[in-house]
Design a binder for this molecule. Structure first.
Ligand code: SAH
Length: 347
């Protein structure tokens, strides 16, 4: 059994015809899946019961793929966090981040994470399994149901490391990008894949020449510090990572966004800024500064707003295109993986 959103059109067509149904039944099904955002098989009320039953024997509907068990809303920012249960009981989270001009959905690619970045709640209970393509894609349908419309922007910045689940994460991104009628027709440049620095993943991504955006979580400008914050740096050193980012730029002519979470006294001094500037010299890129979102398990502190702004202004004054992300999810435990982690002990 797998999610209906993990099924290929070829396999669905074959099944449809083998059941003695006409091709237009599949058209109807696709409408429920990609346009009307059906939650359960029962919702699909213009499809014959026998056809639905045959599908239900083989596939999970959205409801069984991702059963909503909690919707936490921050009234101030309208950010919503969805906690959902997979068919095997695993919990994952998806965040809806509205702004004046667009709705961004932050999706998870794994149940847990093996990367173990020190301040990230996603990895604190370890890694359980990769999400199927349909479990990744389905999160956007859940969000679309909440919003009442297709979202504008997708970021793979929820729980998990997309390049440790490359085929399913990129497969989901392709399905988001394709269509209509099969897929959501979201522009490739509105879909961002974020990685902690899985070098072979970045290389493959560059080779395949996608138009999706790429973000790289850097968080530290040198090996010693990056080793401490991000264990992945022990596997792929910052020099190799940066060389790979430069190759990516040469191959694709695309701009990478470097994520840099600011932690007071750890990576936010003038010296760190200078090192970061040196690392990025000559590379077409953006830096997105994220003030640490406090998590109980990590003792680091969020720098003052003034310090974050100064750090950003300093990068800007050295010609680095820099943005400072304001936290939007605090009252819904906005840091990656926090909701899932809190729910876990209860399960
Ligand atoms: N595994 C991918 C996807 C996660 S993206 C990656 O590492 O890029 C989420 C971003 O938020 C990453 O840059 C991550 O390091 C950062 N992050 C995680 N926990 C955080 C916290 N408590 N405060 C601020 N940023 C955090």
């Amino acid at each position: 059994m797998k999610s209906i959103y993990s099924a290929t059109q070829d396999e669905l067509l074959e099944l449809t015809l083998s059941l003695g149904e006409k091709k237009f039944r599949l058209t109807q099904l696709n409408e429920w899946l990609f346009k009307r955002f059906a939650y359960s098989w029962e919702d699909m009320n213009n499809i014959p019961a026998a056809y639905r039953a045959a599908l239900a024997e083989r596939y999970y509907s959205l409801k069984e793929t991702l059963e909503i068990i909690e919707v936490a809303k921050d009234p101030a920012t309208k950010t919503k966090k969805l906690l959902s249960r997979l068919h095997d009981g695993e919990l994952i989270e998806t965040v809806i981040i509205p702004s004046k001009t667009r709705n961004t959905i932050c999706i998870s690619s794994q149940a847990g994470c093996a990367c173990g970045c020190v301040f990230c709640a996603s990895g604190m209970n370890g890694w359980t399994r990769n999400l199927e393509l349909g479990e990744i894609f389905g999160q956007v349908i859940l969000a679309a149901r909440e919003l009442g419309e297709k979202p504008d922007n997708i970021v793979f910045m929820g729980v998990g490391e997309p390049f440790n689940n490359y085929d399913n994460a990129i497969g989901a991104a392709k399905l988001l990008n394709s269509g209509p009628p099969v897929g959501l027709g979201i522009g490739a440049r509105k879909i961002t894949i974020s990685t902690c620095g899985i070098v072979p993943g970045i290389k493959r991504f560059a080779e395949e020449g996608f138009q999706f955006e790429l973000s790289v979580s850097l968080h530290a400008p040198n090996n010693m510090l990056r080793d401490q914050i991000m264990p992945i740096n022990k596997r792929w050193k910052i020099d190799e990572l940066m060389a790979t980012c430069r190759e990516y730029e040469e191959k694709t002519n695309r701009i990478i966004t470097f994520e840099y979470t600011l932690v007071d006294g750890v990576n936010n001094t003038r010296k760190h800024a200078d090192e970061l500037i040196a690392r990025l010299r000559g590379l077409k890129c953006k830096v997105n500064l994220i003030p640490l979102s406090p998590v109980p398990e990590y003792p680091g502190k969020t720098p003052s707003e003034q310090n974050c702004e100064q750090f950003g202004a300093y990068l800007l004054s050295h010609g680095i295109n820099t943005t400072l992300r304001r936290s939007k999810g605090k009252s819904v435990n906005g840091a990656c993986g926090q909701l899932r982690r809190q729910a876990a002990p209860k399960e």
